[in-house]
Ligand binder design. Sequence first.
Ligand code: MRU
Length: 357
Amino acid sequence: MEIRYRPEELTRLPRSVRYETGKVIMIDQTLLPKEFKIIELRTVEEVAEAIITMKVRGAPAIGAAAAFGLALYADTTKAKNKDEFMDGFYRAYETLKNTRPTAVNLFWALNRIKKLVEENAESPLDELKKLIVAEAQRIADEDVEANLRMGHYGAEALPEGNVLTHCNAGSLATVQLGTVGAVLRVMNKDGTLKLLWVDETRPVLQGARLSAWEYHYDGIPLKLITDNMAGFVMQQGKVDAIIVGADRIVANGDFANKIGTYTLAVLAKEHGIPFFTVAPLSTIDMSLKSGKEIPIEERKPEEVLTCGGCRIAPDVDVYNPAFDVTPHRYLTGIITDRGVVYPPFERNLRRLFREEQ
Ligand code: MRU
């Protein structure tokens, strides 16, 4: 696979999350599309709160934000010695870890930095701090690089025509470009993407508020539909491929993604439409055997009881799982930054990870 475009040729959007000494800087995604606002966070608690309230969301963006949270700790701690530093480090690690349970990139990024810290426990404190900050920056830079690769792999794998997506796995959901977003952007540049169908994605409307906004901003031709229209659009023969992100892919190829993904997968099979997920290796959790083991986040009832800040239902009980699990039998392929994985997923994912080591 040949990388044909640079990030700046594919998007006009800046990085959704970045770090400068003493501050984590991010786009506040809760305000879009009404307002494009950059916020600066100066404490680990503020970063954790931003993840919980979805100011920053999307699996890889959450991972990068958490890594920057640890960088922020390293740069701002008042610890006077190594012991105090390590106590504070583990507290920051726990605070960031206990934010959202489903996207594995959060734990992957935090554990990557924790491992580095533990391996360098003998280094002088100042050096250890620098290592943490550099590693967090590396995690963010690698994410953009991985997206660029997935974009090119995906554009080769998907057929020319109309593509449907769910939620937001675009630039906003990653450091830049997106996973799905990179594939769509490369296809658009190549002229193989005719039309993008964007599901609004209730209850938090990541499709309507974020995907429609960012793809329109980058000049991708799209039509927005409500979630319950997707089946009819497929039945009308207006969808040639479906591509979604993932919050956690497990060893047998089952994967968790935004609630509603499973419904689309079943509909895609009924209509013979290729169904892909796209995610970097940091989203693949080989420690879990099947999708049944993935912890699924349940969020506040208010998200379902309201829409765009307006109350739309009486005061009744609500069930609000943020994600669902799609069994691997519905998947055509998994587009990763190391190539496209096809069935049998269990064997081919194992092979991919063996080659990585
Ligand atoms: O609850 P969210 O908005 O964080 O959920 C996001 C998704 O489900 C995305 O599809 C997934 O994280 C992949 S992002 C590249």
